[in-house]
Design a binder for this molecule. Structure first.
Ligand code: ADP
Length: 493
């Protein structure tokens, strides 16, 4: 019986390896940052070889540091930055171009042209996504159109496409396995989330030869074996980062919701076996499920400026020295004194979708001080999250259960209590902070035959504690502030 499970967490700025024991406690971690390549404003690339080399290095470092024998590792799971596209030669194993990263805007014009042709609705219906440069299809087309000879090679079946999970899996199995999972496939704009197949019409639209595409499998099953420090380790879990976090937070039933409070906030609500089409601009995506289990779906929304507003207080306004100090100062006042901050630094996302709105502060009085501003900044994270939760509630017909939280800013107790109050939900914060890596480990552990994680893991609970009238009053103030923010955009024109 083997005792450990390895999670490979391939993020946007760093790769990490995290070794868990069979009770899913973290035993050891190793992390390497890798270079970001910005060839032009708005363009972002990674060197796929850097991704692979760094991931490999963190694996060996993590295992060596832990003192665990590689032959005692039951399996490994991959979780990854989603949508990022890699195209490589199947014979040489060399990428034909850098990985084009999810943040890269270079296919905006293509997406806008397709929108003008009226393709947006068909694409949303099939993929659950918006027609946007964020997703993989436009990135693949760009590579095939701009790299000398790439399209002809692709059509001859010499090139392979993969999101980062696929690229890593292929490299780690010495080119034996060309596979992705449904959570990653569902972020490409080429995958039909209802039929669970690559879609010929979409591939034709984006000019992507279907022979480049990986086989799509579940998120927990045996994909292949990697030879690692003298041992054979099964690769048996894959999920995109947000879906891995959803799984790691045990949000496996309809109505379960998780928020990752990082620089931005990512909200995913499990909608069970039903793909819910949003009427508020949320995305429909595939949630992680194991082989032989029914496919599950999720609604996804994000808040662009989450913890970043606290960095702004720190770096631009210099009101605090450290993000964590925000709680200390916010507690010095009873409330925000009627001050609201709408941190629309780069527009407002769901459910407003106004990219030209800009940040606004309302309700300033002579008595408003730094502590009120700090409190209002923290509250803005919760209000924006509540806007997405309200959209999810409306799309799902009201069925939201408990809210599980993770990410850097979830450490803030005042913010978590305010979220519980303003959203009228119970917020649960697990002591185990590695939700994304844990999700990958759980998926791999399940396929490797390890027992599931114990149900009574330590956590902190924040229950709603303000009267309903108070909640309504606060939300009314927030809506007025958002209105002011949206109005300011219109008069700027
Ligand atoms: P990312 O993965 O996006 O880099 P993290 O999960 O590491 O983000 O979280 C970092 C973000 O959380 C930063 O924006 C930081 O300002 C914010 N943050 C961290 N700790 C706290 C805290 N105690 N209170 C409020 N915000 C915090």
């Amino acid at each position: 019986m083997k005792n450990y499970i390895l999670a490979l967490d391939e993020g946007t700025t760093s790769t990490r390896s995290i070794l868990f024991d069979r009770a899913y406690n973290v035993v050891c971690t190793a992390q390497h940052e890798f270079p970001q390549i910005y060839p032009r404003p708005g363009w972002v690339e990674h060197d796929p070889m850097d991704i692979y080399a760094n991931q490999y290095a963190t694996m060996t470092e993590c295992i060596a540091k832990s003192g665990v024998s590689p032959s005692d590792i039951a399996g490994a799971g991959i979780t990854n930055q989603r949508e990022t596209a890699v195209v490589w030669n199947r014979h040489t194993g060399k990428p034909v171009y850098n990985a084009i990263v999810w943040q890269c805007r270079r296919s905006t014009a293509l997406c806008e042209a397709l929108e003008r042709q009226g393709c947006g609705d068909m694409i949303a219906e099939k993929t659950g996504l918006k027609l946007d440069a964020y997703f993989s299809a436009g990135k693949i087309k760009w590579i095939l159109d701009h790299v000398d000879g790439a399209r002809a090679q692709a059509e001859r079946g010499e090139l392979l496409f993969g999101t980062v999970d696929t690229w890593l899996l292929w490299k780690l199995t010495d080119g034996a396995v060309h596979v992705t999972d449904r959570t990653n496939a569902s972020r490409t704009l080429l995958y039909n989330i209802h039929t669970h197949t690559w879609d010929r019409e979409l591939c034709d639209l984006f000019g992507v030869p279907m022979c480049m595409l990986p086989e799509v499998r579940s998120s927990s099953e045996h994909y292949g074996v990697m030879h690692l420090m003298g041992a054979d380790v099964p690769l048996c879990g894959i999920a995109g980062d947000q879906q891995a976090a959803l799984y790691g937070q045990d949000c496996v039933h309809a109505g379960d919701l998780k928020i990752t409070y990082g620089t931005g906030c990512f909200l995913l609500a499990n909608t069970g076996e039903t793909p819910v089409r949003s009427r508020h601009g949320l995305l429909t995506t595939v949630a992680a499920a194991c082989a032989g289990e029914p496919v599950q779906y999720a609604l996804e929304g994000s808040v662009f400026v989450g913890g970043a507003i606290i960095q702004w207080l720190r770096d631009e306004l210099r009101l605090i020295k450290d993000s964590a100090d925000s709680e200390y100062f916010a507690r010095k006042v009873r409330d925000s004194g009627g001050v609201y901050i709408v941190p629309a630094f780069a527009g407002l996302g769901a459910p407003y979708w106004n990219m030209r709105a800009r940040g606004t502060i309302t309700g300033l009085t002579r008595g408003a001080g730094a502590d009120h501003l700090i409190r209002a900044a923290l509250e803005s994270i919760a209000y924006q999250s509540e806007d997405v939760i309200a959209a999810m509630r409306s799309d799902m017909g009201g069925a939201i259960g408990n809210l599980k939280v993770d990410g850097g800013a979830s450490a803030n107790n005042l913010l978590m209590q305010f979220q519980a109050d303003i959203s009228n939900v119970t917020v649960i914060r697990p002591a185990q902070k590695e939700a994304t890596a844990l999700g990958a480990a759980l998926l791999a552990g399940k396929a490797a035959g390890l027992p599931p994680v114990s149900a009574d893991t330590p956590h902190t609970v924040f229950r709603p504690a303000i009267p309903e009238e108070e909640r309504i009053k606060l939300l009314r103030g927030w809506r007025k502030a958002v209105k002011a923010c949206l109005l300011s955009e219109e008069t700027n024109d």
